[in-house]
Design a protein around this ligand. Structure first.
Ligand SMILES: C[S@@+](CC[C@H](N)C(=O)[O-])C[C@H]1O[C@@H](n2cnc3c(N)ncnc32)[C@H](O)[C@@H]1O
Length: 339
């Protein structure tokens, strides 16, 4: 598989390699297992009394551990765009009382939401990108190939356009560009043609329909495939529906405003489109100066605002065995430096 797409459905996509569906397996019963949790805690270094932000609560597994690590008086602001995640996190984190403050919000609005919640200068900001196993397992949301409900894919179902709308309204060239850009799909042209031809008679409305259409549109691979042929198309649609890469850029930019000197940014990404943005952001902010190479002496005056906390990390073999959905994770961390 192209390294650009290590695991196109993100943390919860493991089943795709086995039975052509991202659902199923032990994790469905257990909920969402937090990924690289020890490494995240080590990198965040959340101490007693500190202020932390978990901008992607999901099942609140990481948040719970951050609150434990920052006992007895550390406080955490938890965000998720998904109302169901907030409701679940409220139950899980209830025992921490006022130490946990939860808000339904998109982390692209972090620079406004966090100060309004009393988290204007924080010691840690954590992002665990993509979708949770709860979302993948909810057949009404359309994230998984087997989902029979309308193809929605929005993290926040009160805003934006569901994936089925994009499939119904975008023209063939736009669909091809989308599958190329966000899925790096080699058969983007064939798939978009099949969508446009199919919708003349009946709309492509469910995840099941789309998965079956893609399966028919792409050539069979001798010896079978490691991932479902629709994996890249599903990834592309999900990224587009939620403007995931735009939100990531805005969330990273907010970290510069919100982190105190010495505060830490920790990001878990699950495919190279995300990881590249994180990597480049940290590298650029570590460098500071943006003068062209031809300029002998810096005239821009920009100072470094981050210090990288070293090379990216990936899960241990033991974790991947215990939680195959962690296998594509990549962790990066950086520390805010005084400008
Ligand atoms: C991988 S899960 C997080 C899992 C969590 N760390 C845990 O331990 O259970 C990602 C979560 O981030 C949320 N999310 C994704 N993009 C978001 C955004 N731009 N703003 C807010 N929440 C987002 C999703 O709704 C999902 O619940």
């Amino acid at each position: 598989m192209n390294d650009e797409l290590r695991d196109p459905l993100g943390p919860a996509s493991d089943g795709a390699s086995v039975d052509g569906s991202p659902e199923g397996g032990a994790e469905k019963e257990e909920g969402h297992l937090p990924v690289m949790v020890d490494e995240v805690l080590e990198t965040l270094a959340a101490a007693a009394g500190s202020l932390q932000i978990d901008a992607t609560l999901g099942g609140a597994g990481h948040s719970e551990r951050i609150l434990q690590a920052s006992s007895p008086d550390g406080r955490l602001l938890g965000l998720d765009a998904d109302a169901a995640a907030i409701a679940r996190a409220q139950r899980r984190l209830a025992r921490f009382g006022t130490r946990a403050v939860l808000r339904q919000a998109n982390f692209r609005e972090l620079a406004q939401v966090a100060p309004a919640a009393g988290f204007g200068a924080v010691d840690g900001l954590f992002l665990d990108l993509g979708l949770s196993s709860y979302q993948l397992g909810d057949v009404e949301r359309g994230f998984g190939f087997r989902a029979g409900g309308r193809l929605d894919m929005r993290f926040d179902t009160s805003r934006g356009r569901p994936a089925a709308d994009l499939l119904a309204t975008m023209n063939q060239a736009e669909l091809t560009a989308l599958f190329h850009k966000y899925g790096e799909e080699p058969f983007a042209g064939r798939i978009s043609r099949a969508i446009v031809e199919t919708r003349v008679t009946a709309p492509v409305e469910t995840a099941q329909q789309l998965a079956a259409l893609v399966e028919r549109a792409v050539p069979k691979k001798p010896g079978g495939r490691r991932i479902h042929p629709a994996t890249r198309v599903f990834q592309a649609l999900r990224i587009a529906v939620n403007d995931e890469l735009g939100a990531l850029e805005a969330g990273l930019a907010a970290s510069l405003v919100l982190l105190r000197p010495g505060g830490r940014l920790v990001v878990l990404s699950y495919h190279s489109l995300e990881d590249r943005i994180v990597k480049r952001f940290i590298a650029a902010e570590q460098h500071g100066c943006v003068c062209p190479p031809a300029v002998p002496v810096c005239v821009c005056g920009r100072q470094p605002r981050l210090r990288s906390l070293g090379k990216s990390r990936t899960p241990s073999t033991a974790e991947v065995q215990a939680n195959p959905r962690s296998r594509s994770a990549r962790l990066r961390g950086a520390e805010r430096v005084a400008a």
